[in-house]
Design a protein around this ligand. Structure first.
Ligand code: DAT
Ligand code: MG
Length: 215
């Protein structure tokens, strides 16, 4: 299913951005399947280690799995950063990295490189680099990549369910508040792009056992 070796993004902290970006993208090609998306993200207990690659996004399908979550400029402008962070905390996820960033055009373009051919790409980059910061975060925990997408809701907020972040706070696809990695490969690329390994903490929250126990 997947190669077990760590993707090169693990070494991102020691590379210039362009190299990080190129390496992160190249990392995706290490995998033999094109993407790790929602339905593939769980229930691999008992599968061999080949299905559990380890990268800067943790070990896939274990509690160490990590997702890159970013509150976009409209979320910061609307002053709902705290509310959004609270949702992840209250759900039972662990904040392992966070910073306010004014992204460069280069960083924004690399983050959304898979959308470079889309007609809205230019305005998307302009919006991300408008001068209002983004809040870049790494959240860790059980099934966090898939659950993060569910918590964020559909790309078009008009299709996002009430109770999701976009379903509760947004009505326009161009101002949909928040980004969440859509698979293990993209989490690996995005965490490696926005953070160095040394910026990601390892700690145990006080109530972690209560949150994590399956009995
Ligand atoms: P998501 O953010 O849900 O992962 P995506 O990766 O397809 O969605 O697109 C990235 C962002 O690009 C999205 O959050 C908002 C913008 N976008 C997507 N489709 C768009 C469209 N049709 N018109 C304008 N902006 C769009
Ligand atoms: Mg996306």
């Amino acid at each position: 299913m997947f190669a077990t070796r760590a993707a090169p993004a693990v070494r991102a902290s020691r590379m210039p951005l362009a190299v990080v970006a190129a390496t992160a993208v190249a990392g995706a090609s290490l995998y033999t399947q094109p993407s790790v998306h929602l339905d593939q993200a769980v229930n691999t207990a008992g599968a061999d280690a080949v299905s559990r690659p380890t990268t800067i996004a943790g070990t896939f399908t274990t509690p160490s799995e990590r997702s890159f979550i970013m509150i976009k400029p409209d979320g910061v402008n609307r002053q709902i950063v705290g509310k959004i962070i609270s949702r992840f905390e209250e759900r039972g996820y662990k904040l392992v990295a966070i910073k306010s960033v004014l992204p460069s055009t280069e960083l924004a373009r690399e983050h959304y490189s898979d959308l470079a051919s889309k007609p809205f790409f230019g305005s998307l980059i302009k919006y991300l680099t408008s001068g209002t910061p983004v809040i870049a975060m790494v959240w860790e925990g059980k099934d966090v990549i898939r659950q993060g997408r569910n918590m964020v809701g559909a790309t078009n907020p008009l299709q996002a369910l009430p109770g999701s972040i976009r379903g509760d706070y947004a009505v326009s696809v161009g101002r949909n508040i928040i980004h969440a990695s859509d698979g293990f490969e993209s989490a690996t690329k995005e965490i490696g792009l926005w953070f160095g390994e040394k910026e990601i903490a390892s700690y145990t929250p006080a109530a972690w056992d209560q949150v994590m126990a399956d009995n």
